[in-house]
Design a protein around this ligand. Structure first.
Ligand SMILES: Nc1ncnc2c1ncn2[C@@H]1O[C@H](COP(=O)(O)OP(=O)(O)OP(=O)(O)O)[C@@H](O)[C@H]1O
Length: 289
């Protein structure tokens, strides 16, 4: 597996995932920027002055306990939630982007999408091509080819004609990812892309995303509950707790026994894995073990 070295750039500021200097020393600005982003849902402040800066080609994993605000952060970046603070996409204020332009820049796979139950997997994935289809026009041969190729890479060709309402949880999850990948946007936002997947499909999906990232320079932001997977694939981790940035940095800086124990209320042992990246083990007996 080719992977950027763990010795890559570290976030410049503690308490935020801010990179001041890109890896290659160039002046390329962040693909996604968030400054003091707060979101209020009902009576609650669910995100509290979160800063974020994701460089081109970077993989950022947002981790944190249930309810920490991970999905909310992704939705705010996608412009799906009203927020305070500034969000930029591709260097432009996110709010100024037309939906079609935003969709060509960022593909988003939500955690619990509603799939039209009667739509086939192929037609659902083909929706990812919408930003390229002219108004009142039809999809092109190339749109169908791209969709077929994405289905193939996600092991979904055999299910292309199946109705979405007849899929298992993991198959649905891969169909949602197929739609996002068919969009061929340079930025991928994936909310819990592996939760319903078996071990082999988890690896297949993350490896595919990683290959696309390295080959095409995609920028990837995922929320991930599996901390070991997050540490294996991402360059940078952002730990959210109670809507705030509790830590940000390289996997080994964030996945410490102290930080994980404190913010997840879990007893864990963290050891370096075969590639030197941290592996998080639950310790039987719980946090007091
Ligand atoms: N419409 C809403 N009104 C009020 N509170 C909400 C609403 N939607 C979500 N929340 C709350 O916002 C908080 C953050 O939710 P969010 O889904 O972002 O968390 P998360 O970190 O993604 O959690 P999980 O790991 O469980 O998926 C939670 O406490 C949730 O209960």
């Amino acid at each position: 597996m080719t992977r950027p070295t763990p010795g890559g750039p570290s976030p410049a500021a503690s308490g935020s995932a801010t990179h001041e200097t890109p890896a290659d020393g160039s002046a390329a600005g962040p693909v996604i920027g968030a400054a003091a982003v707060s979101v209020r849902l009902g009576e609650r402040r669910v995100l509290d002055r979160v800063d974020l800066s994701v460089r081109p080609g970077e993989w950022l994993a947002v981790v944190g306990p249930n309810g920490a605000g991970k999905s909310t952060l992704l939705k705010a970046v996608m412009g799906l939630l009203a927020h305070d603070g500034e969000i930029t996409l591709g260097g432009r204020p996110a709010g100024a982007l037309r939906p079609r332009d935003r969709a060509r820049l960022v593909a988003y796979a939500p955690q619990t999408p509603a799939l039209p139950p009667d739509m086939t997997v192929f037609d659902y994935a083909l929706l990812g091509r919408t930003p390229y289809i002219p108004y009142l026009g039809r999809e092109s041969h190339r749109d169908r080819e791209i969709t077929a190729s994405v289905l193939d890479r996600l092991d979904l060709t055999g299910l292309a004609a199946r109705r979405a309402g007849e899929l298992s949880g993991g198959e649905r999850q891969r169909a949602v990812l197929a739609r996002a990948l068919a969009q061929q946007a340079p930025v991928l936002l994936l909310d819990e892309p592996t939760t319903a997947l078996d071990l082999g499909h988890q690896q297949q999906v993350l490896e595919l995303v990683d290959r696309l990232r390295l080959a095409d320079g995609l920028t990837v932001v995922t929320t991930l509950h599996d901390l070991t997977l997050a540490g294996q694939y991402a360059d940078t981790l952002l730990l959210l707790a109670d809507g705030r940035v509790a830590a940000a940095g390289r996997p080994a800086e964030v996945l410490t026994e102290d930080l994980v124990g404190r913010h997840f209320g879990a007893g864990v042992k963290v050891q370096p894995g075969p590639d030197g990246r941290p592996v998080v083990h639950l310790v039987r007996g719980g946090p007091t073990a």
